[in-house]
Design a protein around this ligand. Sequence first.
Ligand code: GMT
Length: 373
Amino acid sequence: MRIGIVCYASTGGSGIVATELAIALADRGHEVHVLSTEPPFRFPRNRQSLHFHEVATPAYPLFREPQYALSLATAIVQVSRHYHLDVVHALYAVPHAAAAYLARQIMIAHPTDRVPCVMTTLHGTDITLVGSDPSYTETVAFCIDQSDGVTAVSESLKADTCQLLGITREIRVIPNFLDAARFARRDVPRRPGGTPRIVHISNFRPVKRIGAVVDVFARVRAQVPATLVLVGDGPELAPARQRLQALGLGGDVEYAGERLDIVDVLSQADVFLLPSATESFGLAALEAMACEVPVVASRVGGVPEVIDDGVTGFLHEPEDIGGMAGNIVRLVNEPALHARVAAAARQVAIERFSAARIVPMYEAAYAALSDYR
Ligand code: GMT
């Protein structure tokens, strides 16, 4: 098939899923065209059948705000026409589903155009934080309804979408995935005399509750030697750095920044901490599990669909700082427990969330688009 993938280029999980899906589909013989403002964070160069199209949004002095949805819709039309796309797949509803809808309407109005089907994948914040904001609801709900096919990354997100946006149409749940061969623990040398490493990876938005990361780490550090490794960047990073300094923990923290060598980072990790307020899936947690890093996380959204509490990780209410710290200390102090959870996490990542299992679900969803032409 000829597939257009519309996504964000930033380090968020939806852009990563879009990139991994594009790579996997190209490897499986499809012709894939990725449309975004720039090549997504993990986008590979020179991959056969994988093409990138930059969406440029010109500035004009009259506008205070860039008209991204319009330039994206135009780019979708142009790429669809030129490459005869069968499917336009919008990952993250806002504004990608609206741009895809508009592009399709433009092509329907041109009798000579071969109109692609539109599939929308819901990722989480596009529904729970952004899409359900009163300033967006009607448009987001309409565009989801108008898509030929809709998928969500967890049962939890599907339920949220129905409840928050009043959607009643069919939504297929297709979980996030990873390449389990690539996401596997490597034999990376550890620093001599290094302390246990507690890793947090995110885009440091308020929803990630970076304050809770600091609080949990402070409790852990009061009981055992440990290093906190903060990977990524975002608005909550600077306040966290200040608090860690104020708590006298500055010397126990590594700021790794945005990283492409995430498998190496995880291969040195002992525990992954994700105390989010909401999380439709938790792709970063899945990547940790695949690298045999036990996860301690909030019991929110779709996280319980990824982690079995006490078996492949530990789940707590978001406010349960003491409980999260307690299980991190247990994992650090009890090698047998750590080994059992790490192995179970890896097994689940392979058996339930590997690309080999999930990517065919997307292919089946494309094939089932009702008016597929
Ligand atoms: O978590 C974010 O802030 C980024 C966001 C995104 O747009 O990529 O992540 C969402 O989509 C990921 C990929 O499907 C999920 O793994 C994350 O759980 C989800 N984030 C939230 O629901 C907060």
